[in-house]
Structures are given as structure tokens and as C-alpha cells.
Design a protein around this ligand. Structure first.
Ligand SMILES: Nc1nc2c(c(=O)[nH]1)N[C@H]1C(S)=C(S)[C@@H](COP(=O)(O)OP(=O)(O)OC[C@H]3O[C@@H](n4cnc5c(N)ncnc54)[C@H](O)[C@@H]3O)O[C@H]1N2
Ligand code: MOO
Ligand SMILES: [Mg+2]
Length: 429
């Protein structure tokens, strides 16, 4: 007699998985390789930025005191005593009614406390000497970019766990971090099971389908930030699959299989977990699609048994595997970012399990609106391409109508959320 599986809530299932989060590991990568990684240490400023007072404009550096009395009917003339471009230092002290031609980014010469923009000056030559005149006064400090005005020495600039975006790369370069401490990417193995599977390059044959899940999961692993190790597709042969799973576990941090987790005659994953002494954390989740998602643990390693149905497989990865990967990066918000949205279309099919409808969330007049992205069966592959969100429809006996408030989980978002599973309630008009 078939043993009934007991469904648990999605939140409980995710929690069971997160208890197996593994130890973060650090490595150094060159700055050129750092984009898209996660910082493994806080980075503090070891100098001010700017590191010296500098000019924000092209013009003339002068002493404010010398501009006193300047007016349109009373221009004040300065002797130009030198010129300084960015990257150079003007060594002499600037004295009474002297000006130094200065370029944007150059250090302010000693004695000067004002930069006059070139457009406000008149330059002329007399007896082989260059002069400059101005027709207004300037207060001390006009047009000076002060040392430390951007960043002060000692400030924590970027915290451990921060995603390294182009702006973070700029800071790392500014502070000379050319070997960047980042969290090591977990290696995630992928195995596809199913005697019906063909490679994408194969021609279709009767009863067969192309293996889309493995390629989809590999792209999801990369989107989550981890490294992929693909072991291939295998027919439903239990002994072969046991060998492959065992071998794969020696080479990866996490192992994902797709297919074979339900109750069919050739659904061998439950037997495989038993054969290799893996402890099943759950094998039924109160969700659609992906109710058969099974997760097992063995020697601290997690095995994700994702469904063979493409939409179920996709959802299972994002809800259960993604946060484990993000956690390995010291990320404090490893789960999909949750937002509130207005349902943009009726979804009348009631279901006792919480639905994760693949959807498109977009702003309309400042309001986030979510609509399904297409065909909604667990077996659907077409609706995945357009999806940027899951529309979360809690289980119940009634359907949902356009205009209701719903939670959405955003798929392409880097910010994530700490724990999106509390207070997901039914919303009735
Ligand atoms: N009697 C029951 N039957 C089923 C149940 C159930 O509770 N009782 N659950 C259904 C649900 S829900 C799902 S989801 C599927 C899960 O199936 P499996 O995870 O066991 O996966 P398979 O049987 O191997 O395949 C299911 C489906 O997906 C296609 N598939 C498999 N691998 C791939 C791949 N790599 N790329 C693309 N498509 C793939 C496969 O051909 C099947 O059509 O079980 C229900 N049945
Ligand atoms: O696990 Mo199935 O995806 O609920 O449809
Ligand atoms: Mg099956």
C-alpha cells in the first residue's frame, strides 16, 4: 500500500532547508573578477577621499582676500604665476594678487582658497606676462572640493555580504583593493533523470522530449551566483542513478536532481535517498506547482529532488535552493524579495495549496500590478520565459479576482528578503 505523504507548509519546508545552511568560505579574486560576487569582509577607508583639497573646475586658483573690491566697473587683475593640471602639484606658495591656472582635479596650491571658473575671468598678455582679471569678489572656500568631503578615513564603506555591483567595484579600486575577499561560490551539481529525455541537439522522437530542466536549472544556479557542475541526463535505471548520485556528491556542495520524485513506477528518487542513507527533510509541500519537491540531507550536504515538471522544477529551485546559495554568500536577505501588488487579472481556480503563479509584475501609475505570464500548469514551460515574479495565492476554497491585494516574490531582484513567509494571508475583496 502506497504510503501517504504529509504536506507541510512552504515556510516550514524552507526553514528545514535553511537549518542545513553550510559554512561560508572565503577566497581572494582579482578586482577584474569581482563584479557579481559577494564581499567576504568589511572594507574600511584607509584614507580620505578626496585625499587632498582639489579643484572641481577648470579656472584659476587665487586667494579670496585678493578678490576684495572687484566689481564690473573695477576689475581686479592677477599675475598668472603658473599652471597646474590634474596629477601634478604646484609647489610654491601663492602670494598677493597672484593666480595659478588650474584644471579640474588638480590640488589647490598653497595659499589659495578659491577657484574662479574660467568663464568668469578675462585672460590677457602684456610684455610677455600673462594676466587674468575678475569682476566680482569670492568668499573663501568657493569651488574647493575639500579633503575627506566624499569619504572620511576610517569609515566602513562596504559591509561583508554586500553584492559587488559596479559602484562597489569603483570603491574597491579607489581604496586599492585589487585582490578582493569574496565568498566562495558553492558548486551545485545537476542531474536530470528520465528515460524520455533527449539532448537539446537531438531530433524529436515518438514519446520523447528534450531535457529543458537541466539547462533551466543551470541558468538559475548562475543567476543565484553559484557554480554549476553538470553530470548529464540518465534514464530511469535505479542502480545507474544511485552510482551517479553517489559520485556527484563527492564533487559538489549541493546536488540537484530533476524528475522521479513522485509516486510513479519509475520515480526512483525516494529509493535512491534510502539507498544512500540520506535523511528526507520533506517530500510533500503544500504548494502548487512543486508539491512533490523533496529535500534530503546526507553528511551535511543537501540533495534537492526537484520535480520533473518544468514549472514545478523552476519554482522549487527559487524557493528552496536559491536561499541556501545566497546564505553561502553571507547574505542576510537570501530569500526572494517580497512585495505587495494588485492582482491584474482574475485567477478563479481555487486550490487547497498555496499557488506560486508565474507572473509579470510591473508598475502601472506607481502601483505594482501582477498578472500571470501564461499557461499555468505545473508542466508548463512557455510561461517561464516572461516571468519576473511569482504571484503568491494562498490556498483556500475560493479563487482570486482582479483588484485584490496579493504578495509577489520578485525573481530578478538582487535585494532579496530576510524571511518572506510570515503573514501571507488570503485576500478577499
Ligand atoms: N499519482 C500521482 N501522480 C502524480 C502526482 C501525485 O501526487 N500522485 N504528482 C504530480 C505532480 S504534482 C507532479 S509535479 C509530477 C512530478 O513528477 P516527478 O517529479 O516524479 O517527475 P517525472 O515523473 O520524472 O516527470 C514529470 C513530467 O516532467 C517531464 N520532465 C521530466 N524531466 C524533465 C526534464 N529534464 N525536462 C523537461 N521535462 C521533464 C516528464 O516528461 C513528465 O512529463 O508528478 C505528478 N504525478
Ligand atoms: O508538484 Mo506538482 O508541481 O504540484 O504540480
Ligand atoms: Mg514521476
Amino acid at each position: 500500500m502506497l504510503q501517504q505523504r504529509k504536506p507541510i507548509t512552504v515556510g516550514d519546508a524552507v526553514q528545514r532547508v535553511m537549518e542545513y545552511a553550510f559554512q561560508e568560505k572565503k577566497e581572494l579574486v582579482s578586482l577584474l573578477q569581482a563584479h557579481g560576487r559577494f564581499l567576504a569582509e568589511d572594507i574600511a577607508a584607509d584614507h580620505d577621499v578626496p585625499a587632498f583639497d582639489r579643484s572641481p573646475y577648470d579656472g584659476y586658483a587665487i586667494r579670496s582676500v585678493d578678490s576684495q573690491g572687484a566689481a564690473s566697473e573695477n576689475p581686479v587683475t592677477f599675475t598668472i604665476v603658473g599652471e597646474i593640471g590634474a596629477g601634478y602639484v604646484f609647489e610654491e606658495e601663492v602670494c598677493n594678487r597672484e593666480a595659478v591656472r588650474i584644471m579640474t582635479g588638480a590640488p589647490i596650491p598653497k595659499g589659495c582658497d578659491v577657484v574662479v571658473m574660467l568663464e568668469l575671468t578675462h585672460t590677457f598678455e602684456e610684455n610677455n606676462q600673462m594676466y587674468m582679471s575678475i569682476k566680482r569678489t569670492f568668499e573663501a572656500g568657493t569651488n574647493i572640493s575639500y579633503k575627506g568631503e566624499d569619504v572620511q578615513k576610517g569609515t566602513i564603506l562596504i559591509e561583508k555580504g554586500q553584492y559587488i555591483n559596479p559602484g562597489v567595484v569603483a570603491l574597491l579600486a579607489t581604496f586599492g583593493v585589487d585582490q578582493v575577499p569574496v565568498f566562495r561560490k558553492p558548486i551545485v551539481g545537476v542531474i536530470a533523470t528520465g528515460s524520455e529525455l533527449l539532448d537539446p541537439s537531438d531530433s524529436l522522437q515518438p514519446g520523447k522530449i528534450r531535457n529543458s530542466n537541466a539547462y533551466m536549472i543551470m541558468a538559475q544556479i548562475e543567476r543565484a551566483g553559484a557554480t554549476v557542475k553538470y553530470f548529464g541526463k540518465f534514464s530511469d535505471d535505479i542502480n545507474l542513478c544511485i552510482d551517479v548520485v553517489k559520485k556527484a556528491l563527492e564533487e559538489v556542495d549541493i546536488l540537484i536532481t530533476t524528475g522521479g520524485v513522485s509516486v510513479g513506477d519509475y520515480d526512483y528518487l525516494p529509493a535512491i535517498y534510502e539507498a544512500i542513507d540520506a535523511k528526507v527533510l520533506f517530500n510533500k509541500v503544500a504548494m502548487r506547482p512543486g508539491s512533490v519537491t523533496t529535500v534530503a540531507a546526507r553528511n551535511g550536504q543537501l540533495l534537492f529532488g526537484l520535480s520533473g515538471n518544468p514549472s514545478a522544477c523552476y519554482v522549487g529551485f527559487e524557493l528552496f535552493t536559491r536561499p541556501i546559495i545566497r546564505k553561502a554568500f553571507g547574505n542576510k536577505q537570501p530569500h526572494l524579495r517580497r512585495e505587495q501588488a494588485v492582482l491584474g487579472a482574475d485567477f478563479k481556480k481555487a486550490n487547497p495549496f498555496t499557488r506560486f503563479v508565474r507572473g509579470i509584475a510591473s508598475y502601472e501609475d506607481g502601483q505594482l500590478v501582477a498578472v500571470p505570464s501564461g499557461f499555468d500548469k505545473s508542466s508548463a514551460v512557455s510561461s517561464l520565459a516572461g516571468a519576473n515574479a511569482f504571484i503568491v495565492l494562498p490556498g483556500g476554497s475560493r479563487g482570486y479576482e482582479k483588484g485584490m491585494q496579493v504578495a509577489v516574490l520578485l525573481l530578478e531582484d538582487l535585494q532579496g528578503s530576510e524571511w518572506p513567509w510570515d503573514n501571507i494571508k488570503k485576500s478577499y475583496k
